[in-house]
Design a protein around this ligand. Structure first.
Ligand SMILES: *[C@@H]1O[C@H](CO)[C@@H](O)[C@H](O)[C@H]1NC(C)=O
Ligand SMILES: *[C@@H]1O[C@H](CO)[C@@H](O)[C@H](O)[C@H]1NC(C)=O
Ligand SMILES: *[C@@H]1O[C@H](CO)[C@@H](O)[C@H](O)[C@H]1NC(C)=O
Length: 445
């Protein structure tokens, strides 16, 4: 039912023809127009000391702590490893499909690695689209609520092999030394060929040492991917770093059938790679591994500074592979100059790209047209900062105007509704975006 607009066929071909030129250029971009500024000279403590425990969306952060992307663009990075969904479509065994979907769900948060810049908050009514013919998908998203901030998205395979949609309510909390982002919301993947739907939520992300020291990121919490048709589940834990960084970036869990019988173990690191292995092999391997690590811990006792937020040592990276494992996902290496460009992946470097063909077809609400983000990308921090203030003020004025009139805000491409698979509150795509009738769009920039 979610794919009736995916009667894509000829219409889609016509629409995407205009993008072919742009798509051909994809792959050539390896940097942004200017490198990022050093954040070392800015005293963030003065701004933040009054705000401990507050929700970050209520604190005006200087633009220098941003990265030149809107949160709508950042969300699109879920799609970097779309090949895993194509692989799930091509696999007739449901456990094999679950491996692909679980790998996709983990890969979707891998872009967070070393990304310590904060994306710009989307403005109410802001949209972002992306067509990647080379990866076989198109994506549309809209900021559907401002307080609380909610971003809704809908993506589909260009050959109609999947529909991927969701709504995300990021909750950012400031804890003195760190900022915690709790990605509330729900994500759904549908595979029409098997009449299957999978849902899951993302783990919590934490940026450490925002006041002093080296910034570093960890993700923790559980992620449960549910196949609503077969009742199979993949429950995974993203482990907190722990003492000595032993658990840093680790992800571990099992695929279980509907009677909770373990069918497969999944393990790895969200920054690196993910493996699948027989659960009995995995459990016995874990027991011996635990014994030897307890011995290591005894040796180290008392000789290590136990500052809780200390950055884990680099040798905490790399996944020890259990014999007999199958590699199900590996991260795409970042480009060599990534550190100068906000730790962007090659995929992220393209997100704010503006070429003639996009300019002609995208609606005026598209994130690419946001002047503050563009100014930051071009290295003009002062202009980025004043434009950001202007846009936020304009948004406030528009809301004030609406409060004085009977006109209410109406979302354009999504409406609030129930997720058909688990009945949770969600935002449902209204279809029609790709017909590109962009009359009566709000003037938000
Ligand atoms: C989905 O899988 C089927 C069966 O393997 C295949 O025929 C079809 O081409 C696949 N679709 C895509 C887009 O890969
Ligand atoms: C708010 O209303 C005033 C008066 O009608 C108008 O001049 C202004 O452009 C409106 N501002 C926004 C952002 O809608
Ligand atoms: C475009 O949308 C507007 C309403 O938003 C509608 O009045 C108009 O008829 C549509 N135009 C076409 C060509 O479908």
């Amino acid at each position: 039912s979610a794919s009736s607009e995916t009667g894509l066929g000829n219409k889609l071909c016509r629409t995407t023809d205009r993008f072919t030129q742009a798509a051909k250029r994809v792959g050539k971009i390896t940097s942004l127009p200017t490198p990022m500024f050093s954040r070392n000279d800015v005293s963030i403590w003065g701004i933040l000391k009054k705000c401990i425990g507050m929700e970050l969306s209520k604190i005006a952060m200087p633009v220098i702590f941003n990265e030149p992307l809107s949160f709508l663009q950042r969300l699109t990075e879920y799609m970097e490893h779309t090949y895993l969904i194509h692989k799930a479509n091509a696999t007739t065994d449901s456990v094999e499909r679950m491996k692909c979907v679980a790998a996709f769900a983990v890969s979707a948060v891998a872009s967070q690695w070393e990304r310590t810049g904060k994306p710009f908050n989307p403005l109410l009514g802001e949209t972002y689209e992306l067509i990647r013919e080379d990866l076989g998908f198109r994506w549309v998203s809209e900021q559907v609520s401002h307080h609380p901030p909610v971003s809704a998205f809908h993506a589909e395979g260009l050959n109609q092999d999947f529909v991927f949609h969701g709504s995300i309510y990021p909750k950012l909390k400031f804890w003195g030394k760190s900022i915690e982002a709790e990605p509330k919301g729900l994500i759904t993947l549908e595979l029409p060929r098997y009449n299957e739907a999978y849902t899951w939520t993302n783990p919590t992300c934490c940026v450490h040492n925002i006041i002093v020291g080296q910034l570093w990121i960890e993700q923790y919490g559980s992620m449960e991917v549910i196949n609503h048709k077969t009742g199979e589940r993949c429950s995974m834990m993203f482990k907190p770093c722990g003492l000595f960084g032993k658990e840093l970036h680790k992800v571990e869990g099992y695929i279980q059938d509907k009677s909770k019988k373990k069918l497969c173990a999944i393990y790895g690191k969200w920054t690196e790679s993910l493996y699948a292995v027989d659960p009995v092999t995995f459990d016995s391997h874990k027991k011996t591994d635990k014994k030897s690590s307890d011995e290591r811990k005894d040796n180290k006792r008392g000789s290590v500074d136990e500052e809780p937020e200390e950055m884990p040592p680099p040798d905490a990276e790399t996944v020890p592979v259990v014999p007999g494992s199958e590699l199900i996902w590996k991260i795409t290496p970042r480009p060599g100059n990534s550190a100068q460009f906000y730790a962007f992946s090659t995929f992220a470097m393209h997100l704010n790209e503006q070429d003639k063909s996009t300019e002609e077809v995208a609606p005026a609400t598209d994130s690419r047209f946001r002047p503050d983000i563009r100014a930051m990308e071009n290295g003009d921090i002062d202009f980025a900062s004043s434009e950001k203030k202007r846009l936020e003020e304009k948004q406030r004025m528009a809301r004030k105007n609406r409060s004085k009139s009977p006109a209410e805000w109406k979302t354009r491409w999504f409406e609030q509704g129930q997720n058909p698979h688990n009945k949770a509150q969600d935002w449902i795509y209204l279809k029609g975006y790709w017909e590109r009738n962009y009359t009566d769009l709000p003037d938000i920039y």
